[in-house]
Design a protein around this ligand. Structure first.
Ligand code: SF4
Length: 384
């Protein structure tokens, strides 16, 4: 067999230049400016249950989550923040509603940032001076997190409902209060459950300020619906260069949110793609069970970190073409599978051997890609 040059992928195409935003530092993760768009999520445990919360943070970290937010509705939760912030592998943001005293507790606890909801913190505006001072001294950024469901009453009366203008006015009003005290270590979110309102709100906000933006469709729904809503809304904004950090909200375990967030960024080439399975939808011409084959190959290659594109095709119509374009592929038919590596047929195997052959070849290619990446000085591909 002749040696096949695998090469590293060329610089990926992007849809738009990134909006120019200020850069802030959320613990070890930079947000905004030229920092890579980060993926975040939120724990579902009772924060005061330190063991369970740290366990979930560890699972989130393993799934690729880069920043985690924890709720802080009680004094017991506030008391747990210092230990959680110290032991977490990723920066912890305290999520504060209703009680300004917990903002101070979170800053004192060493949280990487604090999220405040100006719509529902009592007498929040009166406290901004003190919060700005404490946050400034500790170097703690503040996320001004406006939410359609808890919009400031004054703006609700003015606009009648949570319009994009109302969400943006609320956020910028709060920013102006911080700015009066010289505090600009801010990122903003203006979330709504309707992707159209949300997209328009972020577009408006992006025009009016240079703060980094945290994208989110709030209460997006169960996994399927929430994934679609988040993908279309984030996709529309990211395709215009808007968005510095993302959180997918699903009524599902938080690690699922992270997987969706990462996939959205990879799909738009905003993050190095990892394993990509190109499989056909099957049709009346299929000569193999494509769904099963694609599932088996996906399961067999799970966790692969290199940007490997594997084509799993059901017949000889598009099969050889797609299989040739991919790093690795199979075109099936007549009880056999033609195995392609970088466009060349390297062997033909019986149908029963397709999965194991693809996995075997994938591992060889991955190893060679890693070696070539290291030799060329290119960064090894991993999600950090
Ligand atoms: S590759 Fe073949 S089986 Fe798959 S969808 Fe196309 S024509 Fe149908």
């Amino acid at each position: 067999m002749t040696a096949i040059s695998l090469g590293m992928p060329s610089v990926p195409l992007k849809l738009a230049d990134r909006r120019r935003s200020r850069k802030i530092q959320v613990g070890s993760v930079a947000v905004g400016g030229d920092a890579p768009i980060s993926v975040q999520s939120m724990t579902t445990t009772v924060t005061a249950d330190i063991g369970a919360t740290l366990q979930q943070i560890a699972e989130l970290t393993a799934s690729g989550c880069q920043i985690v937010r924890v709720a802080c509705p009680s004094q017991d939760d506030a008391d747990a923040l210092a230990t959680i912030a110290r032991k977490s592998q990723i920066p912890v943001i305290a999520d504060i509603h209703f009680q300004p005293k917990y903002v101070f507790a979170a800053i004192d606890a060493g949280c990487a940032a604090v999220r405040v909801n100006p719509g529902n913190i009592r007498q929040f505006d009166d406290k901004v001076k003190e919060i700005a001072k404490a946050a400034s001294e500790a170097g703690t950024p503040i996320r001004i997190g406006v939410n359609a469901g808890s919009l400031d009453k004054r703006l609700l009366e003015k606009y009648g409902k949570a319009t994009p203008e109302a969400l943006v006015e609320s956020a910028l009003w709060e920013c102006s209060l911080f700015e009066e005290h010289g505090f600009r270590d801010i990122k903003i979110s203006v979330k709504h459950n309707d992707p159209v309102v949300m997209v328009n709100a972020y577009r408006l906000l992006a025009e009016k300020c240079d703060y980094p933006l945290h994208l989110g469709v709030t209460e997006a729904g169960p996994a399927f619906q929430g994934t679609i809503k988040s993908a279309v809304a984030f996709g529309a904004l990211l395709a215009e260069g808007i968005g510095d950090t993302i959180r997918v909200s699903l009524s599902a375990p938080p690690a699922e949110e992270v997987k969706v967030g990462i996939q959205i960024l990879e799909s738009l080439n905003l993050r190095q793609r990892r394993l990509e399975i190109v499989s056909c939808p099957s049709c009346g011409r299929a000569q193999v069970d494509v769904y099963k084959l694609a599932d088996q190959v996906t399961a067999g290659l799970e966790g692969m970190e290199v940007p490997l594109r594997v084509a799993v095709m059901g017949c000889v119509v598009n099969g050889p073409g797609e299989a040739r374009e991919a790093d690795l592929g199979v075109a099936s038919g007549n009880g056999k599978g033609q195995i392609f590596v970088k466009g060349e047929v390297i062997k033909t195997v019986p149908e029963s051997k397709i999965v194991e052959t693809l996995i075997e070849e994938a591992l060889k290619i991955a190893e060679q890609m890693e070696k070539e990446g290291a030799a060329s000085g290119e960064p090894t591909v991993s999600i950090t």
